[in-house]
Design a protein around this ligand. Structure first.
Ligand SMILES: [Zn+2]
Length: 485
């Protein structure tokens, strides 16, 4: 049973999907105007583990993740200058070229770090019409108004604004008024109001579109509402993102979506915490920002980085140090050589406590998944993986049966960790042709009632090639005794 901490209710809750064994999952994706660094990638690692766990638990996951390849302003509140445009000008490229370049870089990093690609990865620029359709609905319901630089959403009209953080529209605006400096926009009614359609300045050469309010481009928050609902429906199961989206971006998504449809938008809101760098916030001035390429260039393997990034509980801050990464590198190398050693076990003799050992290993595996199903408690889950390894290592003699139980457990665990264990478990697979020949030979032996030979072949297939035979009405069926099944 999967339990997750839901930001919306501020409680750990048992996950109950809307549709039986299907899960609709949306994760806020990348903004394509800079090289992603390890601090960005941690989010995609944590949600990759969540998705893999859902799949392991038998859910059919539809995962949607947006690519912001359209104007995105400096702050989370979507104010200031357009970052994509600034970057394009700096690089003497078009905004399109810049967005495509960084989108590609992001996808390459995800591939290196073995992130399962989303079911759909919609680009904002391909969905301008969907966004305008959503605005049409909001306009018809009276949520929108015109201010100096664009069309705004009136958050005072949306009942429940701020519910994601357990506050109210009134309280939030009062707090913001007394707090930090707020940028003044002529005609803007409330501090929490946000732009949904920004007017073109007039000097844009690209990435502006026509609308009934004139030429412009969508506000940043709009794309997530429009694209998530397009692919997952008005009401879906899970929405994930960084803790920095909890205050503005996600409340705005809720306001837009629920304002337009009148339905509940998302059941479970999940937020991952930051990655610190040597105990400090990552920043350009501290020169402590590393891209994935920087890490690989220093000689670390992508799988060591993956192991490090997934090793903490997602709601806790995690601290990156090169010492921690070196430890992860040693751990992963240790696991790989362990897998190889266990694979190579030749000893067939049964030990007196083989049954007991197998039971114990299976129990550790179960505990691994139990811990992970408890709000993705990775540190507690990993302790079970290490217990499997250390207790196996502590055995003076390991036999084939035992080694197969260990490998089976670790390969199942790795369907969620995604650390490429399978590449280090070498099972010599005979060609299908060879197996067919042996199966045919056994059939011949059975026909002439030579059961000794027929059994010999059956045992050889099982022992040597891990092939199991099943005698059916329609003849013999054979299949591989999959370690991962
Ligand atoms: Zn989003």
């Amino acid at each position: 049973m999967l339990k997750l901490y839901n930001s919306l209710t501020r409680k750990k809750q048992t996950f109950r999907p809307i549709n039986d064994k299907k899960v609709g999952l949306y994760t806020c994706g990348v903004t394509a105007y800079y090289m992603p660094h390890v601090g960005n990638m941690i989010a995609y690692m944590k949600w990759d583990v969540l998705k893999r766990l859902l799949i392991h638990d038998g859910y059919e996951v539809t995962h949607v993740e947006n690519i912001t390849d359209v104007g995105h302003l400096v702050s989370d509140a979507d104010t200031g200058e357009d970052k994509l445009r600034l970057e394009a000008e700096k690089e003497h490229k078009s905004m399109r070229e810049t967005a495509d370049f960084y989108t590609k870089a992001f996808l390459e990093d995800c591939r290196l770090l073995n992130v399962i690609p989303p079911t759909v990865m919609p680009k904002a620029t391909d969905h301008i019409k969907d966004m305008l359709d959503l605005l049409e609905k909001l306009d018809a319901k009276g949520y929108l108004y015109k201010a100096q630089d664009g069309i705004y959403f009136d958050t005072s009209k949306f009942k429940g604004y701020g519910k994601l953080t357990g506050t109210s529209f009134k309280r939030l605006n009062a707090e913001l008024k007394s707090g930090a400096r707020v940028e003044k926009v002529e005609g803007k009614r409330n501090i929490t109001d946000f732009v949904v359609w920004r007017f073109a300045h007039g000097d844009e050469k690209e990435m502006i579109w026509d609308s009934k309010w004139g030429r412009g481009f969508p506000g940043w928050h709009l794309e997530c509402s429009a694209m998530s609902m397009k692919y997952l429906g008005n009401h879906f199961d899970m929405h994930c993102g960084g803790i920095d989206h909890l205050q503005i971006h996600h409340p705005n998504e809720i306001a837009q979506s629920e304002g337009a449809t009148g339905e509940k938008f998302v059941n479970y809101w999940l937020h991952e915490n930051f990655l610190l760098m040597d105990g400090q916030k990552m920043s350009k001035s501290l020169r402590n920002i590393y891209t994935i390429n920087d890490i690989v260039a220093k000689g670390y393997s992508p799988m060591a980085l993956r192991l490090f990034l997934i090793s903490g509980q997602y709601r806790q801050q995690q601290n990156f140090t090169f010492e921690a990464l070196t430890n992860a590198e040693n751990t992963i190398k240790g696991i790989y050589s362990f897998l190889q050693r266990v694979t190579d076990t030749k000893n067939k003799n049964e030990n007196s406590d083989t049954k007991e050992f197998k039971k114990k290993m299976t129990a550790y595996k179960k505990k691994f998944f139990k811990e992970l199903n408890d709000d993705l408690n990775m540190p507690a889950a990993m302790a079970n993986l290490h217990a499997i390894i250390s207790e196996t290592n502590a055995r003076s003699v390991l036999n084939r049966k035992e080694s197969r139980t260990v490998l089976k457990a670790l390969l199942e665990i790795d369907t969620v960790l995604g650390l490429g264990f399978d590449k280090h478990v070498t099972v010599k697979q005979p060609l299908d042709k060879e197996i067919k020949k042996l199966v045919d030979e056994r059939e011949e032996a059975r026909k002439r009632k030579d059961f000794k030979r027929s059994d010999e072949i059956r045992n050889m297939l099982k022992e040597k090639y891990h092939i199991l035979l099943e005698d059916t009405d329609k003849g013999v069926r054979w299949y591989r005794e999959g370690y991962t099944s």
